[in-house]
Design a protein around this ligand. Structure first.
Ligand SMILES: Cc1cc2nc3c(=O)[nH]c(=O)nc-3n(C[C@H](O)[C@H](O)[C@H](O)COP(=O)(O)OP(=O)(O)OC[C@H]3O[C@@H](n4cnc5c(N)ncnc54)[C@H](O)[C@@H]3O)c2cc1C
Ligand code: SF4
Length: 250
């Protein structure tokens, strides 16, 4: 896994703590619930603030005028699997189907999965690595263990030193993993050099839309999207990850 799908191996290795990784499953991690500072609290804490739409209440405390919940997709492995074009097998009493990981999620903090309630994820299918290079970077407060407040999965298929295909998928910046498609398109046909990486990193910040409902401020998390995408692409190019002008920012 580390040799052929390093993004997935890295993401899986960054999930929670060794004890939880030993007990948890990757299917459970892909399907793990969305998170929010107003929801992942004790019952008495939530009761004191009048609950919220995700459970027991009827208003979103992050965006009170909003008809939907904006809780954050917090799986490390989902963006990595998406970036590599993985598919999942869903099995129910009525039969089974195989769908792309990219189709498994919905942009809703409550109904965040597109699978039916009676479907169980039984298998993850990865296409042949076949010239793909991939990586995953995670922003979190504690290095020991913490949910991501930004995940960046980047994958490129090279033809010599020219990018033939690319995918960049952001985690923890929306209620579902979010593909930065324009950023990936900007890489195709190009060499992974500084100006190309800078342009792709700028484009990747656009679909990153964090709100004020998880750790760190949301403007900082949006700003770090550009920094982390650039670092991921530099890693794929075999360059040092830290851009000199950004040293010391994080
Ligand atoms: C303290 C703590 C820190 C954590 N930190 C991180 C982190 O940094 N990054 C991260 O990605 N995760 C993190 N997690 C999530 C956790 O580590 C597991 O990935 C996750 O809970 C999956 O574990 P599980 O297999 O026991 O599934 P469960 O927790 O039992 O299930 C998760 C959800 O998926 C559903 N489900 C489980 N398996 C399947 C299946 N096969 N098919 C369909 N639905 C299924 C369950 O019904 C449930 O809704 C953290 C959890 C804790 C408690
Ligand atoms: S985003 Fe809004 S509705 Fe969803 S859990 Fe947070 S406060 Fe509740």
């Amino acid at each position: 896994m580390l040799e052929h799908y390093p993004a997935v191996a890295t993401a899986a290795g960054l999930v929670s703590s060794p004890q939880l990784r030993r007990m948890g499953t990757i299917g459970g991690n892909v399907c793990v619930d969305t998170r929010c500072n107003y929801y992942n609290q004790s019952y008495s804490w939530r009761k004191a603030i009048g609950f919220c739409m995700k459970k027991d209440g009827d208003v979103c405390l992050v965006a009170p005028g909003s008809p939907r919940c904006w809780a954050v997709s917090s799986s490390d492995t989902a963006p990595a699997l998406w970036s590599l074009g993985a598919r999942v097998r869903l099995v129910s009493p009525d039969g089974e189907r195989v769908i792309p990981v990219a189709s498994l999620f919905r942009d809703d903090g409550i109904e965040y999965l597109a699978k039916r309630g009676d479907e169980i994820l039984t298998e993850i299918l990865l296409p042949p690595a076949d010239g793909w290079r991939s990586t995953y970077l995670k922003l979190r407060r504690r290095g020991s263990f913490d949910f991501p407040v930004l995940g960046v999965a980047a994958a490129v298929r090279m033809d010599g030193d020219v990018v033939r295909e690319a995918r960049i998928v952001l985690g923890a910046v929306a209620s579902l993993p979010r593909e930065a498609a324009r950023a990936a398109e900007a890489l195709v046909g190009e060499r992974l050099q500084a100006d190309v990486i800078a342009r792709a990193a700028d484009l990747a910040a656009s679909p990153s839309k964090p709100l004020d409902n998880t750790d760190f401020t949301h403007p900082y998390r949006k700003k770090m999207t550009r920094v982390y995408v650039a670092r991921a692409l530099r890693r794929l190019a075999g360059e040092p990850e830290i851009e000199r002008s950004l040293e010391g920012i994080h």
